[in-house]
Design a protein around this ligand. Structure first.
Ligand code: XMP
Length: 524
């Protein structure tokens, strides 16, 4: 039976992945593809519905990005969001114009509740039952708007400044919303998306992690047969879940190589070994390579963040290759690649701010027949869910993201064993205190970093000249934007006191208030 699927056509909007994630939260599988996807391919995929994302362009500018008009003749329901809404209006004969007043942020939208999309929306204020209207808070971000709907469409929502906040043509199953139902600020957004995928597109909601895990194991068994699989294990969520899935499928035919580059958090290497190593929870062959000295040696004198990333990424692969050679030829190389790594961007590449060398890049000299990526279709939260289905300990499954180059990008400037020790110890204290205070739940990521600044202090009767530790904590849902978390002052103070007292070489503790943008989450 074909998997029911919603196709998200990406017009370059920053929330493209979020749309697919929200659809999957409705238990319907969704894939993101560039807006240039051919109509022939769409026919082959045969989606139950199509969603046009937002995008930075204007439908009438030189930069306008359109879609193949034939898409509107396929008989597939379409939902246009923001730019996608304007595109639908523009291409079907409506009129898009520059709005006299741009709307940005949370906006009160009046919707008609006798429509498929807005059925059951709970109003922010009371209407009489016969009005069939509701006021609901939605997230707006637009400078153009739909000034006139195309023939066959009717207006289903408006705001004080936007005459067409939503429109529909029920007979063709075309729907458009000017706002972003996929972001949390749109209070009833998920309900609207659920209405589209279930009621309009007729999806039953068969995408469940339990069944994904079962069918992934069956598929892996079939594909691997009695072949041998080699996997790089970093201890992070993705590679751990991939390894457990593979181990469930083929047991001892799997060998995992864990390269400890000496840039992990305090005790992390031992924790990984305890879970995956001999006497641990899983049936697999586990090899730990302690390569810290080699990494420190290569990083000596290197200050540039990008160069550090490159060195760590490359050396990781060389060490892995060396170990793999000892094992000899294998049939498959397993990787923890996840869906955000494989989605093509809607409008091509944006500027590289940081090159992300994930541990487990592709080695050149390992003898294998094929790459196997069991998590290729999953978003991060789905990977975690799959991990839970597989019975992986919660401490591992809900682990916050940790960069491939590890503490290498949390130590500003040159990496030395001494600085690694300082940042590991400070980070362990910080995490312990934050967890104890119970304020970790809302944070996307939090950690200690080491600035390259040394400053004068006084301890006892002595002058000190030591490093400043930077505490960082951010609230974020997508890691593309982030705000500093509000940690109670007494918790920060406790961390400061403990770090300065317990970690040799530190005489100052700073809390980083910077949002992203303009800052980034990691310091380097
Ligand atoms: P930034 O610092 O770019 O971080 O705001 C965004 C997210 O990416 C992680 N990050 C990395 N992950 N290799 C990785 O695998 C890297 O080189 C790298 N740099 C940053 C960071 O931890 C955050 O989750």
């Amino acid at each position: 039976m074909q998997q029911e699927m919603i196709l998200v056509l990406d017009f370059g909007g920053q929330y493209n992945q979020l749309i697919a994630r929200r659809v999957r939260e409705c238990h319907v599988y969704a894939e993101v593809h560039p807006h240039t996807l051919s109509v022939e391919r769409i026919r082959e995929i045969n989606p139950a519905g199509i969603i046009f994302t937002g995008g930075p362009n204007s439908v009438f500018g030189e930069q306008a990005v359109l879609c193949d008009p034939e898409i509107f003749t396929l008989g597939i329901p379409i939902l246009g969001i923001c730019y996608g809404a304007q595109l639908m209006a523009h291409m079907l004969g409506g009129w898009v114009a520059t709005a006299p007043v741009s709307e940005y942020g949370e906006t009160l939208v009046q919707v008609r509740t006798n429509t498929p999309l807005f059925r059951g929306i709970i109003s922010e204020r009371a209407f009489s039952a016969k009005d069939e209207m509701a006021d609901t808070i939605c997230w707006m971000s637009h400078t153009d708007y739909i000034a006139k709907v195309p023939d066959g469409f009717e207006i289903t929502a408006h705001t004080d400044h936007c005459p067409v906040a939503a429109m529909q043509d029920n007979s063709r199953k075309f729907y458009s919303v000017q706002f972003h139902p996929e972001v949390n600020h749109t209070r009833e957004g998920v309900k609207m998306l659920a209405h589209f995928v279930h009621d309009v597109c007729g999806c039953r909601g068969t995408w469940q992690m339990g069944s994904f895990v079962q069918s992934a194991i069956t598929d892996l068994r079939e594909k691997i047969g009695d072949g041998r699989v080699l996997c790089a294990l970093s201890g992070g969520v993705d590679s751990s879940v991939a390894a457990v899935l593979l181990s469930r499928a083929v047991g001892k035919q799997l060998t995992c190589v864990f390269v400890d580059h000496g840039l992990l958090r305090k005790d992390e290497g031992d924790q990984v070994e305890a879970v995956f190593g001999p006497g641990g929870n899983y049936e697999l062959n586990f090899i730990r390579v302690n390569a810290a000295e080699e990494f420190y040696e290569k990083l000596k004198g290197v200050e540039d963040p990008e160069q550090k990333r490159k060195i760590i990424g490359e050396l990781f692969i060389r060490v892995f290759e060396r170990e793999a050679k000892k094992i000899g030829a294998v049939d498959f190389l397993g990787q923890g690649t996840i869906y955000p790594d494989v989605i093509e961007s809607g409008l091509g590449k944006s500027a590289t701010i940081k090159s992300h060398h994930n541990v487990g890049g592709l080695p050149d000299h390992v003898d294998f027949r094929e790459i196997i990526e069991p998590l290729r279709l999953l978003f991060k939260d789905e990977v975690r869910q799959a991990g839970r289905e597989l019975g992986i300990p919660e401490s591992l499954v809900s682990r916050q993201p940790f960069p491939g180059p590890g503490l290498g990008v949390r130590i500003v400037g040159e990496v030395t064993p001494e600085k690694v020790r300082i940042v590991q110890e400070a980070d362990a204290i910080y995490r312990e205190e934050v967890e104890k205070a119970g304020c970790a739940a809302t944070m996307g990521q939090y950690f200690a970093a080491l600035s390259n600044m040394r400053s004068v202090g006084v301890m006892g009767d002595f002058r000190t000249y030591d490093y400043a530790v930077v505490l960082r904590a951010v609230n974020t849902s997508d890691f593309m934007t982030a705000d500093a978390s509000e940690i109670p002052f007494e918790v920060l103070q406790r961390c400061m006191t403990r770090i300065i007292n317990e970690v040799r070489g530190v005489n100052r503790v700073l809390y980083d208030l910077t949002s992203k943008p303009p800052g980034t989450i990691e310091l380097e």
